[in-house]
Design a protein around this ligand. Structure first.
Ligand SMILES: *Cc1c(COP(=O)(O)O)cnc(C)c1O
Length: 392
């Protein structure tokens, strides 16, 4: 990954959104913990809900702006809105572009909050039509399109199956049908995958994960053309209140500087660990887009420059042994979330409400493993000692 595009990207990770502070000359833009800004002398003509003016932190804040500037550059988009969480960003997109009697096509295995919003709340409360389909299969998307389809939403790689959907091919279908395409690119980050350049209209991130990268702040972002982003700002932020705290925006800005270095290491370690797991007879399956055995490995290779740090796998063991395996681990922590510096693992048993959509091998539950920045050999040793204690 030493081509020019990535060199520019790395430079933008360092400098994007930063500037010299005009008041003090500090070489870092400061953290501004204020919720209101001085109004102009004549406020009579002010647009009180204008998201381009610094008026009130729910309409925009200084630190939010800096982070939006950085992320828009990194994704190659015209504009960006940063919100309180990844789910606020996703819900913001759905509430902005859907209304009663409109139709959305969404990937059938998605982040659990998306699944609940689209499987329950939107159809039941707002009369929105929803098709949950396997978006790794282009034919299923084509078949699902209706005259009232407004949005296709995909997540690639998908959480927790790591399934890959072909962004470029789906974008063509969306364009032809005059439908917007949004891509949850949280697992990939803009360093490994650039959906806008492949034809998507909106890219969504949980900033809580790799972009912040240090497990100490929550945030979400949507990147795209200014007219689309302005609509989300007004609806999701100003009128539904999903604004990010300036402190979290500042932390995420700081974390994002090292994104390329971290993604290189996460990807390198995860591939090594995925190969180790695949060769271990106690392991029943390994889902990682970097493995030749992954069903969409070729598509992953086409649209990602490496395969990120999340692996899902299972053991030839019952539910209680899976639990034991997680608890015997000493270095790897049993906790939700992904994309932190430390390795995190979560065992989800077969009672997961989305289980019927998962591939067959996920039937007895699965371990979702977010490979951290520790030495991969230490991680492998930890897995080995825990398997041994489980008698595997
Ligand atoms: C975690 C996650 C989200 C939700 O983000 P939050 O910041 O927890 O609200 C959305 N999509 C994916 C793929 C995720 O992994």
């Amino acid at each position: 990954m030493t081509n020019k595009k990535h060199q520019k990207f790395i430079t933008n990770c360092v400098h994007g959104g930063n500037d010299i502070d005009k008041e003090t000359g500090a070489i870092r833009r400061p953290l501004t913990m204020a919720n209101s800004y001085r109004l102009p002398d004549d406020a009579s003509k002010l647009n009180w809900s204008g998201t381009d003016e610094l008026i009130y932190t729910r309409t925009t804040s200084a630190n939010q702006r800096y982070l939006q500037e950085k992320l828009a550059i990194l994704e190659g988009g015209e504009d960006c809105v940063v919100l309180a969480t990844g789910v606020a960003a996703l819900a913001g997109v759905f509430f902005t572009f859907l209304k009663s009697d409109s139709h959305i096509i969404c990937t059938n295995v998605s982040y659990v909050a998306v699944y609940r919003l689209l499987h329950e709340y939107f159809p039941d409360k707002y009369g929105i039509e929803v098709s949950l389909v396997d978006t790794s299969n282009l034919q299923e998307i084509k078949k699902a399109i209706r005259p009232n389809t407004k949005l296709i939403h995909i997540e690639t790689p998908g959480n927790p199956t790591t399934r890959i959907s072909d962004i470029q091919e789906i974008a063509k279908v969306a364009k032809e049908a005059g439908v917007l395409l949004s891509v949850d690119s949280t697992f990939a980050t803009p360093y490994l995958q650039q959906p806008l350049s492949l034809g998507a209209d909106l890219v969504i991130h949980s900033l809580t994960k790799y972009i912040n990268g240090h497990g100490d702040a929550m945030g979400g972002a949507v990147i795209g053309n200014k007219d689309l982003i302005d609509k989300i700002k007004l609806q999701a932020m100003v009128n539904m209140g999903g604004a990010i705290s300036p402190f979290n925006a500042w932390l995420i800005m700081r974390g994002a500087v090292t994104l390329p270095l971290r993604m290189e290491q996460h990807s390198k370690s995860a591939l090594k660990i995925a190969e180790f797991l695949e060769s271990n007879p106690s392991v029943s399956f390994v889902a990682y887009p970097g493995l030749m055995s992954h069903p969409q490995h070729e598509i992953a290779k086409k649209q990602m420059s490496a395969f990120s740090g999340v692996i899902s796998f299972g053991l030839h063991a019952d539910v209680s042994t899976h639990n034991k395996f997680v608890n015997f681990l000493e270095l790897i922590i049993s906790a939700v979330s992904i994309g932190h510096d430390e390795s995190l693992i979560v065992y989800t048993g077969p009672t997961d409400e989305r289980n019927h959509f998962y591939p067959k091998e996920f039937e007895n539950g699965h371990l979702r493993f977010s490979v951290g920045l520790e030495d991969p050999n230490d991680i492998i040793d930890d897995i080995k000692q825990s398997l041994k204690k489980c008698g595997l």
